[in-house]
Design a protein around this ligand. Sequence first.
Ligand SMILES: Nc1nc2c(ncn2[C@@H]2O[C@H](COP(=O)(O)OP(=O)(O)O)[C@@H](O)[C@H]2O)c(=O)[nH]1
Ligand SMILES: [Mg+2]
Length: 354
Amino acid sequence: MPYLRLFAVYRLPLTDYRALPNAQRYAEPCPWPLDFFKKLKETVVGVAKKATEALKTGVQKTAKVLRGGFDLLVGRKLGDEECEELRATLIGADLGPHLAEDLVAKAQEAFRGRAIESADQIAIFLKDELKRQFPPQDAAPLFADEPPTVILIVGVNGSGKTTSTAKLAHFYKQQGQKVLLAAADTFRAAAVEQLTMWSERVGVEIVKGQQGAKPDSVAYTACEKAVAQKFDLVLIDTAGRLHNKKNLMDELEKISRVIKKKVPSGPHEVLLVLDGTTGQNAVRQAEVFTEGVGVTGLVVTKLDGTAKGGAVLAMRSEVQVPVKWIGLGEKMTDLKPFDADSFLDAIFGLDNKD
Ligand SMILES: Nc1nc2c(ncn2[C@@H]2O[C@H](COP(=O)(O)OP(=O)(O)O)[C@@H](O)[C@H]2O)c(=O)[nH]1
Ligand SMILES: [Mg+2]
């Protein structure tokens, strides 16, 4: 089907292109005239395939649980016993009780009296059903109209903030952005050292305060430097002293206030980092910490180490704020933009055929 193929190829650079800051979007020529088709075939298709492989490997523990459960249903009619098994499989992958219950009911209705012929059959059914259910969410990264864009990274201790900050720095540096890190977790010397090490590895500059300095003063200095030295992006790593929503609100308010002194439209993006290995707890945390506090996106980390990747789906159906990034490992390349469709393909073990 050449048209479908063309369409699939056509859409990818559009997504990449939209991810650029406005200033760059307007400054750069539109990417698709001239050798558009030739270039796309060579580069974009290759990149897309690689990304999918990385995603598949990253979520393989979740995929294994789901696939194992679907395999057991092949050749059987979806009766009460089978429904119970399907429910257990979905909950095993941490889709959460609501979503699991709903999907089982829909599956039972669809497969009533019919034997399931292949694991793919049930995987495709569930994927289509989930896609129908998800409210559309715009997970495109947010950027300032004029650089610098300021991104705040928040979340509880150990969720993966510092690592994700470094990964984002790497991602945007690869896109040609001039990136500045700000080590605003000033409570522990080790935290500043950790980000400093990452800044060297990634090859970006860092602003840090003395241990005990105020986080907002580090954020201020970073924004000042970013404006003066024309950085495109400032990534501010914060301390994870959240404990409750009020702490988060206070922290965000304080830091936002100083950012605005130098960059009035900032912060442009506030990313809440959640530890994916905590499954439904991460979903609850996302619900509580995103309501009315200005969080613009979620980063779900450590999906490589867990079979609870289905929590990302529960998050998507229960939390208003979109999942924007997923962490699939400890390397700087292991952070991927979240795309619901390829995520579903990957966890349901469906090949991305075009
Ligand atoms: N396997 C894996 N480990 C991760 C990922 N993200 C973070 N980590 C690890 O989680 C631990 C805590 O991360 P860190 O960034 O220091 O968390 P912070 O306290 O929120 O800043 C570190 O050992 C990271 O290497 C991920 O996506 N996959
Ligand atoms: Mg940290």
